[in-house]
Each structure stands twice: as structure tokens, then as C-alpha cells.
Design a protein around this ligand. Structure first.
Ligand code: ASP
Length: 592
């Protein structure tokens, strides 16, 4: 009989004397001669069963055949444990169930790896994901995720949003990644693309008069995976009509605050603060700065305007910048080796080097570059950075973008070493006023920073042709603890305006018609002003439940190389299937 009366985390001394039936997996069984103990586990917890061979020899014989992960149903009587046997670590630790009946619902082969072994390789755990799920925190993470999506749905529903599914088989949407393609059987040579996001559909829903849409949307991007990305991931995607940036930010904040409070009990102070992209880059060297600590980057350019130090002279003459941070109190503990490590990090972002100076107890500066600076420069530098004895000053002189990125990275390294980051803090911030375009050396043209449907700010239209690099967008990102949680924008809703942006992006009228004709048409039939945002759900769950990787909050993730080890996918298919799709495999393995 596998109908349970209770789950395995439920029974307490209040149930003593009751006859109960529990179902689950054998977590462990111990035959202590006189007594057989079974730890019975279900998704809620563990209950100890005991079987007395003297009193019930047949039952004991059956229990003796049990192995790890057998699926069983046990009926028995709840007994209080003697005081010295109470297990305070377990919710059911004050009782045990004296087994009177036991049914083996299914046997299990020996496990392919030790399910309790924290050092088991990730590959084997991914291959046997359903086993990993039984024991590790994964199940707790899935519940956490469920709770978050439930709150998100509730908040959006209360705010008048309608959840709408959009197609998975669709046409390429430009979110900056490679598309996953699906060949058409009916139209040989034609392909669907899996959506990189529902961007165009949600805009079409606005043209359709839906006004407030959301979706817990699956997105697909065929990228060479950087750390902690998945080829398919989930976004909380929403779009609103007749709104401006503040409205979208307000709804998003409400959703974020309610979700955070529901799962962590922490209050998010609303409104969440905003910082312009320019400030974020200049002060923290990143468009997703970790603001759990300050250690701002300083602009030292003015101090070195007339410097005799040739390396600085050259950088400034070439239009570059000199940026510095004060790693407070880090002089003594930062060995040459530590600083060399940071220098390597700075170099990964293209910096030529990292200058360092220690403030000695007498207030003098020592270190790699101290001799290059005159007295005035030294004094000004110390004043700008509020330098005190024991401080370590770190500097990069380079192109603006390189100096920002390198100092941004070094700032994080220093904070990490100095223990400045409090892991219990959730620090949100809006980054606003993003640039509209970024110059691509590779494509030799301007590309959209967000996507081509984003509206420039009102002054930007006049600069589109003359100075695209100076155009800012009505785009915003929400960041949490140095991670980008999501982003969105106010969209263009007029066809001539959209055509202007396509032009600025080097998309010809012909191409625009071919790729986005449907959208331009839709805009010509009365599109409301609209805008939206998408939050990365996997990352949001990961950050709130302090998981180390998004793989820990996805039931069936792929490896860093985009393989599904459990299903063994991607895989070969039958020739017949390929023929139907008019596809021939060109054997290019030798080229690889
Ligand atoms: N579609 C965008 C993205 O996936 C989000 C948005 O603009 O709403 O990043």
C-alpha cells in the first residue's frame, strides 16, 4: 500500500501511538543485530524506522534485503525516542516508527557514485541528475525557484499583466548572439530560429493592444559559453504600453522587492537608487559595479597635466586617462606576488601595467613609480585619494575603456582580498542612460548596445548621423551585487523612427524590410508608445539562494560546453530524418 498518511519530516511526539504509513527511499539502513534501523527519506525529510527481528522475524528478513535507494512503503506505530536517543538535528528526531509492515515498491541497482560525496565530479552528477536531485540542495533550489516565480506571477497579475506564450519556432531576433536554427521540412532550405528573447513578439503584443504582457520565457542563444551561461535560459519578460522608464522601473522594483522578501525575508529599500552609465564606468569601472563596498576610482588626469613622467604624458596626449584607487590599509599585507597577480588581471583587460605606491609610515610614497612624481604631484595625488600611512595606491594609465575595465577588475580583486564584501547584503542599483551605440572594430560600424528597437533619448535623434557615439538610450539595467540581473528599454514605436535607427546601424532599407518588415508594418498600423524589461530568472534565483552557479538552480542544465550529459544531446539522427529535412552532413571532422 503506497498511500502515505504523513511525509517523512512531519511526525513529532504529538503523533506518538498513531499508526502511520510513510513512503520514500532508503537513505540508509543499519542492521545492529538486535534491531534494524532504516532511514526513510522523501522530499520533505527523513524518518527513522526500526524493526525488531525478535518480535517480527518475517518483516526483519524482508528489511534485511533492502539497499540504498530502494523505494519502500512502511506502516508502523510512532514511538517516542528515549531521551538519550533524540537526534536534535532532525525535525523528526524525537520519534521513530516501529515498523509493522513493509512493502518494497521498487529495487535499485547500486548507485553509480556515492551520492553523499561532495567531491563527486560534476559530469557524473549531471549524467545522473535525477539521483543528484534526491540528495543535494538542488531540490531545495527548485522549490525556491518555484516560490519566486509564483510571487512574480502574483505581483504582475495584481498589476494588470497578462501572461502570454510566444512561439519557440520563429525568426531570428537580434540580441547579439548566434541563433539556434531549426530546418523546415515543408520548405526545404528554410529555417526557423529559436528566440534569443521574445522581444519582437512582445512589441507586437503591444501593437495588438495587450497593454501589459509578461512571460516566464525560455530564450536560446548559441554562444561559446562564458562562465555561468546556459544555451537556454529563462527570463521574466515584460512589456507595457503608454508608459515611460519610471513606470517600468516602478513595476520591476515592486516585483523584485516582493520576491526578495518572500524568499529571504529581507526588505529591499525602495526606490532602488539609480546611477548613470557614465558614473558607473568612471567611478567603478563597470556597467555592473558591485556596490556592497565603495572604493571608488579617481580620475588623476588633472594632477598629471604637466607631468615629466613620459609614460603618463603620452597616454594623456593620446586622449587616454589616468585612474587610481586607494586600497586602504593594504600596503603591508600586499606582497609583490599579490600585486603581480592584480597586474595580470589588469592586463587581461588590455592594460599595459598597474602602477603601485605604498604610503609609508612617514607619509612618503614608495613603490614602482614613486620616483617619477615630483613633490606637488605626490601631494596632490595623496590629497585626491585621501591617502594615509599604510595605504596602497594603484593606478592605470591607458585608453579610457581599458583604464575603466582594468581598474574595475582590480577594485574587485582588492575588495576580495581585504574582505570588504559582505555576502549577506543584497545591493541593487539601476544603471540608466546607457550609450545607444558602440563602435565595433570587427564589423567596422556602430552596433546597438541594447538592441535595435531601443529608443534614443530625445536629444539623441539630432546626433544620430553626426555623432552616434554621443547618443544615449532610454535603456536601463538592474544590477545586484555586481551582476547584471536584467535590462530593458523604451522602444521606438514609429516606423520612420525605426528605419532611422536601422540606417544608423548600417542596416540597409532592403535588409530592414527582409528581416524586420513585419515590425515596420505593425508600427505603421497604430503602435502605442511602449517599453519593457527582462530579468534573468536563473541568475536571480542563484543570487538569492547563494548558489555558486546557475546550473544549481536549473533542473536539467547543460555543461559548460553545451552538452546535455543526461540525454546525451546533441546526438546523431537517422539518415531518413535528415533526408526529410533535405540536409546532408558534410564530414568536416578532419578540419577540427
Ligand atoms: N529583450 C531584451 C533582452 O533579452 C530585454 C528587453 O529589452 O526587454 O535582453
Amino acid at each position: 500500500m503506497f498511500k502515505r498518511t504523513h511525509h517523512c519530516n512531519e511526525l513529532t511526539t504529538a503523533n506518538v501511538g498513531q499508526t502511520v504509513t510513510l513512503c520514500g527511499w532508503v537513505n540508509a539502513s543499519r542492521n545492529l543485530g538486535g534491531l534494524i534501523f532504516i532511514d526513510l527519506r522523501d522530499r520533505e525529510g527523513i524518518t527513522q524506522i526500526n524493526i525488531d527481528p525478535a518480535a517480527r522475524p518475517e518483516l526483519a528478513a524482508k528489511a534485511a534485503t533492502l539497499h540504498e535507494e530502494y523505494v519502500i512503503s512502511v506502516t508502523g506505530i510512532v514511538r517516542a525516542r528515549p531521551e538519550n536517543m533524540v537526534n536534535a538535528k532532525r525535525a523528526t528526531g524525537t520519534i521513530e516508527v516501529e515498523g509493522t509492515d513493509l512493502e518494497i515498491l521498487n529495487a535499485a541497482k547500486p548507485m553509480p557514485y556515492n551520492l553523499e560525496d561532495p567531491t563527486a565530479s560534476e559530469d557524473i552528477k549531471l549524467k545522473y541528475r535525477y539521483l543528484d536531485m534526491r540528495r543535494c540542495g538542488l531540490l531545495a533550489n527548485l522549490r525556491y525557484r518555484h516560490k519566486m516565480t509564483k510571487v512574480i506571477r502574483d505581483v504582475l497579475d495584481e498589476n494588470g499583466f497578462i501572461e502570454v506564450d510566444t512561439p519557440i519556432l520563429t525568426k531570428s531576433t537580434p540580441e547579439g548572439a548566434r541563433d539556434y536554427l531549426v530546418p523546415s521540412r515543408i520548405k526545404p532550405g528554410l529555417f526557423f530560429a529559436l528566440p534569443q528573447s521574445p522581444q519582437q513578439y512582445k512589441q507586437l503584443l503591444m501593437v495588438g493592444g495587450v497593454e501589459r504582457y509578461f512571460q516566464i520565457a525560455r530564450c536560446f542563444r548559441d554562444e561559446d559559453l562564458r562562465a555561468d551561461r546556459q544555451p537556454e535560459f529563462t527570463q521574466v519578460d515584460l512589456e507595457m504600453s503608454f508608459v515611460d522608464q519610471d513606470d517600468i522601473i516602478a513595476v520591476s522594483e515592486q516585483m523584485i522587492a516582493r520576491t526578495v522578501e518572500a524568499v529571504t525575508g529581507k526588505k529591499v529599500q525602495l526606490p532602488i537608487e539609480r546611477m548613470t552609465w557614465d558614473t558607473a564606468m568612471n567611478k567603478y569601472g563597470s556597467d555592473k559595479p558591485d556596490l556592497r563596498f565603495d572604493m571608488a576610482i579617481h580620475d588623476m588626469g588633472a594632477i598629471f597635466q604637466n607631468t615629466a613622467f613620459q609614460a603618463f604624458q603620452k597616454v594623456l596626449a593620446d586622449g587616454g586617462v589616468i585612474r587610481a584607487i586607494n586600497a586602504k590599509g593594504q600596503a603591508a599585507s600586499s606582497s609583490r606576488k599579490v600585486i603581480d597577480g592584480w597586474t595580470e588581471e589588469a592586463k587581461l583587460f588590455g592594460a599595459h601595467g598597474l602602477l603601485w605606491l605604498k604610503v609609508d609610515p612617514d607619509g612618503k610614497l614608495s613603490g614602482s613609480a614613486a620616483k617619477f612624481f615630483n613633490e606637488d604631484e605626490t601631494a596632490a595625488m595623496k590629497a585626491e585619494l585621501a591617502a594615509e600611512p599604510g595605504d596602497l595606491l594603484l593606478m592605470v594609465a591607458d585608453k579610457w575603456s581599458v583604464a575603466c575595465a582594468a581598474m574595475g577588475r582590480v577594485r574587485l580583486c582588492v575588495a576580495d582580498k581585504a574582505g570588504l564584501i559582505d555576502p549577506s547584503v543584497l545591493r541593487f542599483e539601476w544603471i540608466v542612460d546607457f550609450p545607444m551605440f558602440e563602435w565595433s572594430e570587427e564589423d567596422n560600424k556602430w552596433n546597438a548596445v541594447h538592441h535595435p528597437f531601443t529608443a534614443p533619448n530625445d536629444e539623441g535623434w539630432a546626433l544620430l548621423e553626426s555623432d552616434p557615439g554621443k547618443v544615449y538610450a532610454k535603456a536601463y539595467d538592474i544590477i545586484l551585487n555586481g551582476c547584471e540581473l536584467g535590462g530593458g528599454s523604451i522602444r521606438i514605436h514609429q516606423p520612420e523612427r525605426q528605419a532611422q535607427i536601422f540606417k544608423a546601424l548600417g542596416i540597409s532599407d532592403e535588409q530592414a524590410r527582409l528581416r524586420f518588415g513585419h515590425l515596420l508594418d505593425a508600427f505603421s498600423f497604430g503602435a502605442p508608445p511602449h517599453g519593457g524589461i527582462a530579468l534573468g530568472l536563473d541568475r536571480f534565483v542563484m543570487l538569492l539562494c547563494s548558489a555558486k552557479s546557475i546550473r544549481e538552480v536549473i533542473a536539467f542544465p547543460k555543461t559548460a560546453k553545451s552538452f546535455d550529459l543526461l540525454m546525451d544531446a546533441p546526438d546523431t539522427v537517422d539518415k531518413k530524418q535528415l533526408d526529410e529535412l533535405h540536409i546532408a552532413i558534410v564530414n568536416d571532422t578532419e578540419d577540427k
